[in-house]
Design a protein around this ligand. Structure first.
Ligand SMILES: Cc1cc2nc3c(=O)[nH]c(=O)nc-3n(C[C@H](O)[C@H](O)[C@H](O)COP(=O)(O)OP(=O)(O)OC[C@H]3O[C@@H](n4cnc5c(N)ncnc54)[C@H](O)[C@@H]3O)c2cc1C
Length: 278
């Protein structure tokens, strides 16, 4: 079966009737096949226009699952989304950004998915819809391992929801690869920093990707940054022990030790960049 529904209702009925693979932009789906043809039923969701685009609601920003990386780059968003926009510009090439979707990036659940750290730093939730129910969960709980998520076979990831609590915060995304362009990262960091009264940090979020099976927030560091005067410099507060939630692997791209070392520097640079220090 190959179906290309045009409404969400139609799509979830198809998924309820028969277990099928979901196909969106296809930029992860097709490379994962290698030399094999597509096997088994496919529900191609790429015509579900209702799932594409960004809308601002009273207390959150809703990013439709079919929103592409090019859409994210183009659409006006509050300052705290600058890290997500920067990550969007790093997803493959412009052609990949035109096809690749936010939902595809999250559901594929690669440890190196560029969309994950910025959305983790924004405390994003995902919305999952099936014929039976709609449920929401924090992105931090949705991705549970390398290529593993809590999505049930009959569910579609319909939206990413970002609470509108730190819209004025500065944010940065830094990605380190073996070359500058079209590269899988060795480490990447998203930071969001809100500076409050008297130039002190009111909120800080730091997420690191490519250094554990699932991108991780550095909660101990975030806690220590609260109340710190920006003029004292945030980078010098970062210590190797703050990276304990990470468990970098050794692979063709880098050693575990290099990943740890590089991540420390990236976190320092990202925090400095958020507060305009060099
Ligand atoms: C040359 C190249 C370079 C790339 N570079 C990068 C990079 O630098 N950084 C990066 O992060 N990624 C990169 N990617 C990976 C890819 O482009 C992104 O992850 C993209 O966002 C995937 O979106 P998609 O719509 O193409 O997903 P698809 O390939 O269509 O689907 C991916 C997975 O998600 C599932 N899925 C898709 N949509 C939904 C949905 N709405 N609900 C439920 N399940 C769904 C599919 O079943 C599949 O398992 C690259 C890919 C290529 C080919």
């Amino acid at each position: 079966m190959y179906a290309r529904p045009t409404t969400l209702d139609e799509a979830i009925v198809l998924l309820a009737n028969e277990p099928a693979q979901v196909l969106s932009g296809g930029t992860d789906f097709y490379p994962a096949l290698g030399d094999c043809p597509v096997r088994g039923p496919v529900v191609d969701v790429s015509r579900l226009k209702e799932l594409r685009g960004v809308t601002t609601e009273a207390d959150r920003i809703r990013i439709g699952g079919l929103t592409t990386w090019s859409d994210i780059i183009r659409v006006p968003l509050p300052q705290c989304f600058n890290a997500l926009k920067a990550a969007a510009r790093e997803v493959g090439s412009v052609q990949i950004q035109n096809r690749g979707t936010v939902a595809g990036n999250l559901c594929n659940a690669s440890p190196a998915a560029d969309g994950v750290p910025p959305l983790l730093a924004l405390d994003a939730e995902v919305e999952l819809v099936s014929k039976a129910a709609t449920r929401r969960m924090p992105l931090a709980e949705f991705i549970v391992g390398n290529r593993k998520t809590q999505r049930r076979a009959d569910e579609l990831l319909t939206a990413v929801l970002v609470p509108r609590v730190i819209e004025d915060a500065a944010s940065t995304f830094l990605k380190l690869g073996a070359r500058r362009y079209l590269v899988i990262s060795i480490s990447m960091v998203a930071a969001v920093v809100l500076v409050g009264h008297a130039g002190r940090v009111a909120d800080a979020r730091v997420a690191v990707g490519s250094c554990s099976a699932v991108a991780r927030r550095l909660r101990a560091l975030e806690g220590e940054l609260i109340g710190v005067a920006v003029r004292e410099g945030l980078a010098r507060r970062v210590r190797q022990e703050h990276l304990r939630p990470l468990s970098p692997i050794e692979d063709v791209r880098a050693t575990a030790e290099y990943r740890r070392d590089a991540s420390l520097t990236l976190v320092q640079r990202a925090l400095n960049s958020c507060v305009g220090a060099s």
